[in-house]
Design a protein around this ligand. Structure first.
Ligand code: ADP
Ligand code: MG
Length: 266
C-alpha cells in the first residue's frame, strides 16, 4: 500500500522520555521518514541541543544556522528556520544546535516560558503538514515542558530493558501537571517498544509488563535492535532510505503505518 490515510488535521506528536538512549531521536526520524514515504507531509522539530535528529535527517545545523533556539528565545518565526530534508520529498526539519543548551536557563526568565513553542506553532501554518513530530532532550526541563505544551499527543519510546519502567511515573506526573495547567488536550496516545532483543527473556518480560500496564496504546509493532538502525545517522540518513529492506526499516515503517491507520486518539 503506497499511500496511507492522512489525518483530517495536523497531528502534533511529542516524542519524550527523560531517559537518554531509549530511541527518541531514532523513532522521531524514522517514523517521520516512513510517513513521508507514504504520502504525508511531515515536520520534525529538533528540540535537543545535541541536534541528533537534524544530523540524521541530513540537515545543516552549524552554530550559525537559524535554529529552534532563535524561535524559542528570540521569537524568530518557525517559517524562517524550517528546511527540507534532502532525501525524502515532503519531509522537513526545524533544526537544533548547541546554542539550545543555553535555552534551558534562558527560558526561565522569559514570559510564558512553558508555552514558547506552542506560540511559535500557533503562529505558523502547521496545516501544511499532516504530522509535526517533536524530538525531546533526555530531561524533564523546560525544553521538554515546551514540547508537552506544544503537542496534542505524546509518544513514549520505551527501551526493552530492566529499568524501562523506572522514571515513567515521573514523566506521567509531569504530563498530568501540563494537562491540568497548560495544555488540556495533551494525550498519551502511543507507546513504542524499542531496541527489542528477541534472544533475551528479559525483553519479552518488559514488553509484557508494558502491555499489561498501558494496554492498547502500545503499538503491536516492536522495533528490533539492528545495527543498520544505528549506522544510518552517520550517513545523514534515516534507516528507511539507508537500508529499506533491513529489519529496523521494516519495523519502523510498520509502526508508522499503525499510527497512520489508528489516527489521532479521541
Ligand atoms: P535518545 O534520543 O532517546 O537518546 P537515540 O535514538 O539517540 O536515543 O538512540 C540511542 C542510541 O541507540 C543511538 O546510538 C542509536 O543509533 C541507537 N539505537 C536506537 N534504536 C536502535 C535500534 N533499534 N537498534 C540498534 N541501535 C539503536
Ligand atoms: Mg535524542
Amino acid at each position: 500500500e503506497k499511500e496511507w490515510p492522512r489525518p483530517p488535521e495536523c497531528r502534533i506528536i511529542t516524542i519524550a522520555n527523560q531517559k537518554g538512549g531509549v530511541g527518541k531521536t531514532t523513532t522521531s526520524v524514522n517514523l517521520a521518514a516512513s510517513l513521508a514515504m507514504h504520502g504525508a507531509r511531515v515536520l520534525v522539530v529538533d528540540l535537543d541541543p545535541q541536534g541528533n535528529a537534524s544530523t540524521a535527517l541530513g540537515v545543516e545545523h552549524r552554530a550559525d544556522v537559524p535554529s529552534i533556539y532563535n524561535v524559542l528565545i528570540e521569537d524568530m518565526p518557525l517559517a524562517d528556520i524550517v528546511v527540507p530534508a534532502p532525501d525524502i520529498p515532503g519531509l522537513f526539519c526545524a533544526p537544533a544546535n548547541l546554542n539550545l543548551a543555553g535555552a534551558e536557563i534562558e527560558l526561565v526568565s522569559k514570559v510564558a516560558r512553558e508555552s514558547r513553542l506552542r506560540r511559535a506553532l500557533d503562529s505558523y501554518d502547521t496545516e501544511q503538514f499532516d504530522y509535526v513530530l517533536i524530538d525531546c532532550p533526555p530531561s524533564l526541563g523546560l525544553l521538554t515542558v515546551n514540547a508537552l505544551v506544544g503537542g496534542n499527543e505524546l509518544l513514549i519510546p520505551i527501551q526493552c530493558e530492566y529499568y524501562a519502567l523506572e522514571g515513567l511515573g515521573q514523566l506521567i506526573r509531569t504530563v498530568d501537571l501540563v494537562k491540568a495547567h497548560l495544555n488540556p488536550v495533551l494525550k498519551v496516545s502511543t507507546i513504542l517498544l524499542t531496541m527489542y532483543d528477541a534472544r533475551t527473556r528479559l525483553a519479552a518480560q518488559v514488553a509484557e509488563d508494558v502491555r499489561n500496564h498501558f494496554g492498547d496504546i502500545v503499538l503491536n509493532t516492536v522495533i528490533p535492535r539492528s545495527v543498520r538502525v544505528s549506522e544510518a545517522p552517520s550517513y545523514g540518513q534515516s534507516v528507511i532510505t539507508y537500508d529499506p529492506g533491513s529489519s529496523g526499516a521494516l519495523a519502523y515503517s510498520e509502526a508508522a503505518s499503525e499510527m497512520a491507520h489508528r489516527g489521532a486518539a479521541k
